[in-house]
Design a protein around this ligand. Structure first.
Ligand code: 13P
Length: 251
């Protein structure tokens, strides 16, 4: 059985004060023991959050890492080795906001994925189609291509040490959630694509859904056979709402 994972992507939100408040709220939650819970603060707040959650069940990840794992002369970037040193255990790679707004292509995403793995961090590979691509009937092709870019470069076995997040771009921050069936169809296709290479890896890999997940929609989404939890944006900035989403994954 795959253990559910609920991850909160805080994106470019937070001040020291608001992060302290969120930490306080999260600390008071009764989180289900059957669910893994992770948060991804901005890199400025990673140390603050890790310090606060030391000894707690909540693990901390980064929203991005450099393409090279080692430290070096690369102004503004953060190396996966530095993330490991500070206490991170996961890294998001290929989030659509970085692909579409910051021009990251599959090649860059692959290198970041490899840099994370090199340090023993768990990459969370984000994939998803735009509204235009869905309307043109290209969803599975687009998602399949984003996935196969990594499989071809790094081999399917890396997914034994990674997580996949399906995040339809049209559902991110829009309040439009994919229906449980729409999400399940894509999750099943992702798993089938991996299974064609390695059935055991495919059975074990966790595939999260992301895109306007709220407590109200989480139970049904997480009830689908290939949806193993969520990658939550906006709703993860509210401790109570995030807690309710975590509980939905445990029910
Ligand atoms: P929202 O939950 O705000 O739609 O964001 C989803 C997301 O992009 C998580 O990575």
């Amino acid at each position: 059985m795959r253990r559910p994972l609920v991850a909160g992507n805080w994106k470019m939100h937070g001040t020291r004060a608001s992060v302290a408040e969120l930490i306080e709220g999260l600390g008071q939650l009764a989180l289900p023991v059957s669910v893994d819970v992770a948060v991804f603060p901005s890199s400025l707040h990673i140390a603050q959050v890790i310090g606060a959650f030391e000894g707690s069940a909540i693990v901390v990840g980064a929203q991005d890492c450099a393409q090279q794992p080692q430290q070096g002369a690369l102004t503004g970037e953060v190396a996966s080795s530095q993330l490991l040193d500070i206490g991170c255990s996961l890294v998001l790679v290929g989030h659509s906001e970085r692909r579409l707004l910051l021009g990251e292509d599959d090649e860059v995403v692959c290198r970041k994925f490899a840099a994370a793995l090199h340090e023993g961090l768990t990459p969370v590979l984000c994939v998803g189609e735009t509204q235009q691509q869905r309307e043109a009937g290209n969803t599975l092709e687009v998602v399949g291509r984003q996935l196969s870019a990594v499989v071809e470069q790094l081999g399917v076995a890396v997914f034994a040490r990674a997580v996949v997040a399906y995040e339809p771009v049209w559902a991110i921050g829009t309040g439009l959630t994919a229906t449980p069936q729409q999400a399940q169809d894509v999750h099943a296709a992702i798993r089938a694509q991996l299974a064609a290479e390695d059935a055991e890896v495919a059975r074990g890999v966790r595939i999260l859904y992301g895109g306007s997940v709220k407590a109200a929609s989480a139970v049904e989404l997480f009830g689908m056979p290939d949806i193993d939890g969520g990658l939550v944006g906006g709703a993860s900035l509210n401790a109570d709402e995030f807690g309710a989403i975590c509980r939905a994954a445990g029910s």
